[in-house]
Design a protein around this ligand. Structure first.
Ligand code: SAH
Length: 374
């Protein structure tokens, strides 16, 4: 009985000191169909208008700060109705840092929250690495992002806005998106699933070209696998429970055994690769003297028995806020060879952008982390 008066008293105090939150959805977090539903023609949503808005969003050279006054397919009235129902994403570029290898990193402010996005181009196509949170909820011991703490979850529109910004600067077509920037995507799964939908229908990026990487939030992993066709990457990094608990203390409630049991059962239920069946990408960050022994490689192969898996080795990217080291190149190659020889697909991920702290695990929005790496 006391709860209501207390709540009222609190909200009374804030009257006048805080603007009411703007609860309208971000324009960039809405699919063409969702946009169409917000500007019906005589009661009937017209997909043509929603598609026209996305065509416009694909061609603008910067994140728009206002809707166009009119489009050939959508007149003034429809756009004015839409303008009252959506907001433009509150995303601004605070810095843009070019790496020697062509990788570009943006520091963004999303509603005041610091976020980083990375464009990784090859000569013919590019991948955008997006953040799903400002900071991260999962504090892995070896990851620089963990030093920021968790500052907030991003909206679907803010995630898609990162792809738009990177696309606008990319010298080659953006064909892939990876959720491997700041944050644990599965702790913001609704926004991530909506963003994947918008990337597909607004930016014509197939979910199969989108990869969601997770530290292993098992119940959400099951949901991601069943509700989306996106590629799934599991950050494993350890083959024994004690080591994983040390490296990734905030996901210890989902054991290695349970994670692997899920992947085994999901693998068995998938059709063959030829018929479009998926596999799991296993991310394994190689840390000198910690998880890079021959015995780790052997345990990794044994653990993944029955899982349709492709292993990606990530040689550790050092930063000023951690003391872990990258193994020598010969050790990385020997570890890879040992896995390949036992019949598993295993690639070493090329390090990109590490001179600007844009590589995996280096995104921390701390000037000291960047300058010391440059
Ligand atoms: N939170 C998600 C998304 C991060 S993706 C996840 O854990 O999967 C970034 C990948 O880089 C993860 O596999 C992460 O564990 C790994 N990583 C973190 N710090 C790293 C570092 N310093 N060097 C190499 N890889 C790192």
């Amino acid at each position: 009985m006391n709860a209501l008066p207390t709540a009222l008293a609190l909200s009374d105090q804030s009257v006048g000191s805080l603007a009411p939150p703007d609860l309208r959805p971000d324009l960039t977090g809405l699919t063409p169909a969702a946009l169409a539903a917000l500007m019906p023609t005589e009661g009937q949503p017209s997909l043509v208008r929603g598609k026209a808005l996305w065509r416009w969003l694909r061609t603008v050279s910067a994140l728009p700060t206002a809707l166009p006054a009119t489009l050939p397919e959508a007149g003034k009235d429809a756009l004015a109705t839409l303008a009252s129902k959506v907001r433009l994403p509150d995303v601004t570029i605070t810095d843009r840092i070019a790496s020697r290898d062509g990788t570009l990193k943006w520091r963004l402010s999303c509603r005041g929250l610091p976020v980083e996005t990375v464009l990784i181009p090859t000569p013919t196509r590019a991948t955008v690495c997006v953040s799903s949170q400002s900071g991260c909820t999962r504090y892995c011991d070896f990851c620089a992002t963990a030093t920021m703490g968790f500052l907030g979850a991003l909206t679907a529109g803010e995630i898609v806005a990162q792809v738009l910004i990177a696309r606008q600067a990319s010298p080659v077509p953006v064909t892939n998106v990876v959720f491997m920037g700041m944050g644990e995507p599965l702790d913001n799964l609704d926004a991530v699933l909506t963003a994947i939908d918008v990337l597909e229908h607004g930016l014509n990026l197939s979910p199969r070209h989108v990869t969601v990487s997770t530290s292993g939030v098992l119940p959400k992993l099951e949901r991601l696998w069943s509700e989306s066709r996106a590629a799934v990457a599991l950050s494993l990094h350890a083959t024994t429970q004690p080591l994983r608990d040390r490296l990734m203390p905030r996901v210890r409630r989902w054991s290695l055994d349970d994670l692997v049991a899920f992947m085994r059962q999901a693998s068995a239920a998938e059709p063959s690769s030829k018929s479009g069946g998926r596999h799991f990408f296993i991310e394994y960050t190689l840390i000198d003297g910690v998880n890079d022994h021959d015995a780790d490689a052997d345990r990794l192969v044994a653990l993944l028995d029955g899982v349709r898996a492709r292993v990606n080795l990530i040689p550790y990217n050092p930063s000023t806020v951690t003391t872990y080291r990258r193994p020598a190149p010969e050790r990385v190659r020997a570890f890879q060879r040992r896995i390949l020889d036992q019949g598993l697909i295993c690639l070493v991920r090329e390090t990109r952008g590490d001179d600007t702290a844009a590589a995996c695990g280096q995104l921390a929005t701390r000037p000291d982390v960047v300058s010391s790496m440059a």
